[in-house]
Design a binder for this molecule. Structure first.
Ligand SMILES: [Zn+2]
Length: 243
């Protein structure tokens, strides 16, 4: 990093820095959950996940939750309309005024357009557009992260046969118990999940890219370095889209 970009980063990322709405994207296994939590802590903003919203609405028995429950129990997927309404309600809570991390939403182009129009309205704070940052890890690396994963049957310590192998193959370093592989940590499952992810994400990525609000962050480095890359992407995009 050059001295200039470092001082720019410090200048922009002070206490008054408004992260605004940030959509975090990433294929299965890139460490999106960990990175989202780091951003939540750093910026003091909430993470808004459609999975959590759905479970919360159903648990509370809200009107939207009851509708969603009915749709799901008939074996269908909850439609854009209901998901949009849940997000709209959530974004009116006070904790979103400096920004929020979006996880799993917008998932479709229609949702992305709805969100853009909604948060441009007068009641939504901060008055900043959505930025999208995608954590990118090379395909082969991701495959190794998933197919190499082994878990101790006793202490649940997680190993990786490629990057964090135990001293003895198949045996936990701490308690000598045997290591297990989860049933869905296979190449076949990974390939399917990647296909679904790419098909779902491509239109959303194209949408934000066309608006000049998309950046990639290199996910093939330490957790801390990935976090810095994401923050740099946010700061760069926010500098370009500040109103
Ligand atoms: Zn163990």
């Amino acid at each position: 990093m050059t001295h200039t970009s470092e001082s720019n980063l410090t200048a922009l990322a002070g206490d008054d820095f408004l992260p605004g709405p940030v959509l975090l994207l990433g294929a299965p296994g890139v460490g999106k959950g960990t990175q989202a939590q780091l951003l939540v802590t750093k910026y003091g903003i909430p993470q808004i996940s459609t999975g959590d919203l759905l479970r919360g609405n159903i648990a509370r028995g809200s009107e939207l939750g009851l509708k969603a429950k009915e749709i799901m129990s008939s074996g269908h997927l909850v439609d854009d309309e209901i998901v949009n309404q849940m997000v709209l309600h959530r974004l009116q809570e006070k904790d979103t005024h400096r920004g929020y991390i979006l996880d799993g939403y917008p998932r479709t182009l229609e949702q992305a357009k709805y969100l853009d129009l909604t948060i441009a309205g007068p009641i939504f704070l901060p008055r900043l557009p959505v930025l999208a940052v995608s954590i990118v890890v090379p395909y082969d690396q991701l495959l190794e992260r998933i197919t190499g994963r082994r878990i101790c049957s006793t202490c649940k310590h997680i190993y990786n046969m490629f990057s964090n192998a135990p001293k003895v193959v198949g045996v936990c370093d701490f308690d000598g118990a045997s290591l297990m592989q989860r049933g869905d940590d296979t190449e076949a499952v990974f390939v399917e999940r990647m296909k679904t992810f790419e098909a779902q994400t491509a239109p959303v990525v194209a949408h934000y890219h066309d608006l000049g609000r998309f950046e990639e962050a290199d996910g093939n480095q330490s957790v801390e370095a990935v976090n810095i890359a994401i923050e740099q992407a946010i700061i760069k995009l926010r500098g370009a889209t500040r109103r």
